[in-house]
Ligand binder design. Structure first.
Ligand code: MRU
Length: 323
């Protein structure tokens, strides 16, 4: 699904080469940490299919080029690098085997990454729903739903599972400036799933919490450091600070592929900066002078101390985190 066309048009986009996949990741046609990992894995499988190499070294060179190109698209979500590394390990293990076996193996591995992510989301949903009280009013930020994953969703998966149990009174959907993943994508998913929701501008979240109308917050994650510090869509940190001020539990839902044990704390997470036009425009219409300099970080880091628990497919982790 081309996510840049939602919510007005539901258009599928297919890619025949890895550079097309890379372009789609860069342009947010496919976005969300697990979804870009899955897409990149299929990009490597495509590269193997398209490679005309006749020996292992030639194939390896073609695939390393694809892995490098796909890895250069977006720096923050660790799922991308996790998936590419998993594909690379499979390639290297294929040395000495017929090239057709390696190509078939890579396609099967990409499919396995997709299948495992879907299963992880369902497990996360079940674990997370247990944290949701009856009649809950839940606030979420960005889109951590089916669109952002192999299906079902992480934070939205928790909401869907709780909704299936009849526990969700309302979902507050932050619109999520500047790219509007909340209003364009999460609200679209809420409509599709028939989940009661209300869209708010990001700046309304504080007031809604102050009025006592939020029982819990759940968001996704792009990279979780070993100490639990969590990078997610810009604005998430602000929501976490607000939640702490109002005594509201703030949960993160993410698969293990989003945890980066190599990073001790959030201070070392690379934060992607995106094009200034995303901030100077709204819905394609310019809303700021072209001359105005812009700072457009796509993510921020929420310190572990603000996170009540991290919901994964293996269960619910609470501080101090020992994944
Ligand atoms: O820039 P995006 O839209 O790719 O950012 C996505 C997010 O921040 C999501 O919350 C995160 O990737 C989790 S998706 C299950």
């Amino acid at each position: 699904m081309d996510q840049t066309r939602l919510p007005l048009e539901e258009v599928e986009r297919s890619c025949a080469t890895w550079p097309e996949v890379a372009d789609c990741i860069r342009a947010l046609v496919v976005r969300g940490a697990p979804a870009i990992g899955v897409a990149a894995a299929f990009g490597v499988a495509l590269a193997a299919r398209r490679s005309g190499a006749r020996d292992f070294e030639g194939l390896l060179a073609d695939l390393e080029e694809a892995i490098k190109g796909l890895g250069a698209t977006r720096p923050t979500a660790v799922n991308l690098f996790w998936a590419l590394e998993r594909m690379r390990r499979l390639i290297l293990a294929g040395r000495g085997r017929p090239l057709e076996d390696i190509r078939a193996g890579l396609l099967a591995e990409a499919q396995a990454i997709l299948d495992e992510d879907l299963a992880a989301n369902r497990a996360m949903g079940a674990h997370g729903a247990a944290l949701v009280p009856a009649g809950a009013r839940i606030l979420t930020h960005c889109n951590a739903g089916a669109l952002a994953t192999a299906g079902y969703g992480t934070a939205v998966g928790v909401i869907r599972a709780a909704h299936a149990q009849g526990k969700v009174a309302l979902v507050w959907v932050d619109e999520t400036r500047p790219v509007l993943q909340g209003s364009r994508l999460t609200a679209w998913e809420m409509v599709k799933e028939g989940i009661p929701h209300r869209l708010i501008s990001d700046v309304a979240a504080a007031s809604v919490m102050q009025r006592g109308e939020v029982d819990l917050v759940v968001t996704g994650a792009d990279r979780i450091a070993a100490n639990g510090d969590t990078a997610n869509k810009i604005g998430t940190y602000g929501v976490a600070v607000l939640a702490r001020h109002h005594g509201i539990p703030f949960y993160v839902a993410a698969p293990f592929s989003t945890i980066d044990p190599a990073i001790a704390s959030g201070a070392s997470i690379v934060i992607e900066e995106r094009d200034p036009s995303e901030v100077r425009q709204l819905g394609g219409r310019q809303t700021a002078p072209s001359e105005s300099p812009v700072y457009n970080p796509a993510f921020d880091v929420t310190p572990a101390e603000l996170i009540a628990a991290i919901i994964t497919e293996r269960g619910v982790y609470r501080p101090p985190y020992a994944f």
